[in-house]
Design a protein around this ligand. Structure first.
Ligand SMILES: Cc1cc2nc3c(=O)[nH]c(=O)nc-3n(C[C@H](O)[C@H](O)[C@H](O)COP(=O)(O)OP(=O)(O)OC[C@H]3O[C@@H](n4cnc5c(N)ncnc54)[C@H](O)[C@@H]3O)c2cc1C
Length: 345
């Protein structure tokens, strides 16, 4: 009998799960609150620029990630070759240990990852649809989702929940299921904390030839956590222009999360111009931003507690389940969890 699978979230974990189920007798429905897919691996287009304003790239420390990305099509696949350098709280910059890892994205942006994976599935992706509550139909042993418009999705034999832990905990608090395991899972999920990052995009009508693609702060002593040059990604920034992705440090980001963009970007631009010892960077010709309240998990959930409801068909995946904020880790966690949903192992 066809297995009915519901997935909350079309980020790397949710899409990785759908991809794993592509050759299985399963009807997969993904419910995603945003208009786009790929979650925090996000891409935006503005004024002829394409920029990855959440995750910067996918790493491939394992062979299976590289071979998956290549299988999805070499066309438009971009490996950012310039290295990542480091800086400290005093703004001293030095060469980093880049270890020659690949840094993958696509000319059309990182969201290609989810788009290309989903194109190989028959999954029904319901975008712009925020799940508000979950209900267990105890007699039938199925799960049903209700969105913020009051529409229902399901019933599903298996449910996979992938939003960041605090949002998953909220969903579990609005889950109707008279089983003691619900409270235990909710407590375990609610324990996972996230760091906040405000990404600020600074565009300039000139391009400098730096030897690095990105600079990362390694001692948590600077208000800037990361600066990268989107022009190092083929097809992202027109010739002669540059676009800096500035990820502000978690403390700064939490404090200035709701500051108006002109104030926040002026401060970011001033910090970057000091860091790069170049006054021109204090004066971008246009700016943009994105707040990531739940950017990166501080750790992982207790692995056992989050699996106690699997025999009732309730599963979880995402970077907070593996305990590392990385696209490939979330992707494979979703992929491997989906295999367990089918095999029950
Ligand atoms: C600024 C920043 C920089 C980063 N840099 C890197 C990097 O360079 N390399 C790297 O590998 N990783 C990086 N990461 C981490 C990486 O983006 C994440 O670890 C990974 O994308 C997590 O995938 P996920 O599927 O677990 O979660 P998500 O991508 O968050 O997916 C969850 C999905 O659930 C959806 N959702 C949430 N609530 C609901 C609801 N109620 N109903 C329906 N849908 C819902 C969300 O919209 C989202 O699409 C970065 C993250 C940030 C924020």
């Amino acid at each position: 009998m066809t297995l009915r699978v519901g997935i909350v979230g079309a980020g790397a974990a949710g899409v990785g799960a759908a991809y794993a189920l592509r050759d299985v007798d399963a009807a997969v429905t993904i419910v995603e609150k945003s208009r786009g897919v790929c979650g925090r691996a996000a891409t935006r287009r503005r004024r002829d620029c394409t920029y990855d304003h959440g995750a910067n790239y996918v790493k491939d420390p394992d062979d299976r990630t590289e071979s998956l990305l290549r299988d999805l099509g070499e066309d438009g696949l971009v490996d950012v070759e310039a290295p990542v350098w480091v800086f400290d709280g005093d703004g001293d910059i030095e060469e980093g240990d880049d270890r020659d890892d690949h840094k993958w994205t696509w000319t059309e942006g990182l969201t290609q990852l989810a788009k290309r994976l989903l194109a190989r599935t028959d999954a029904d992706v319901r975008r712009d649809t925020r799940v508000e509550s979950v209900e267990r139909g105890d007699g039938a042993g199925t799960w049903t989702l209700t969105d913020t418009e009051g529409a229902t999705h399901g019933p599903f034999d298996r449910l996979l929940v992938t939003p960041p832990a605090p949002q998953t905990a909220d969903l579990l608090r609005s889950t109707a299921w008279g089983d003691d395991r619900l409270a235990a899972v909710t407590d375990a999920v609610a324990d996972v904390e996230y760091r906040t990052i405000r990404s600020i995009l600074l565009h300039y009508p000139f391009r400098e030839d730096h030897p690095w693609y990105a600079l990362v702060n390694v001692d948590d002593g600077h208000d800037v956590g990361w600066v990268s040059r989107e022009e190092c990604k083929d097809g992202h920034v027109p010739d002669g222009e540059s676009l800096l992705v500035v990820q502000m440090a978690p403390d700064w980001s939490a404090k200035h999360y709701d500051d108006p963009l002109d104030e926040a970007s002026a401060e970011a631009a001033s910090l970057v111009s000091d860091l790069l010892s170049d006054d021109r960077y204090a004066d971008p010709d246009w700016v943009d931003d994105q707040g990531w309240r739940y950017a990166l998990p501080n750790g992982g959930v207790d692995a056992e507690s989050v699996r106690v409801a699997e025999d009732a068909g309730l599963f979880f995946a995402g970077d907070w389940v593996v305990g590392e904020g990385r696209v490939h880790r979330a992707l494979w966690n979703g992929h491997d969890t989906a295999a367990r949903m089918v095999d029950g192992e």
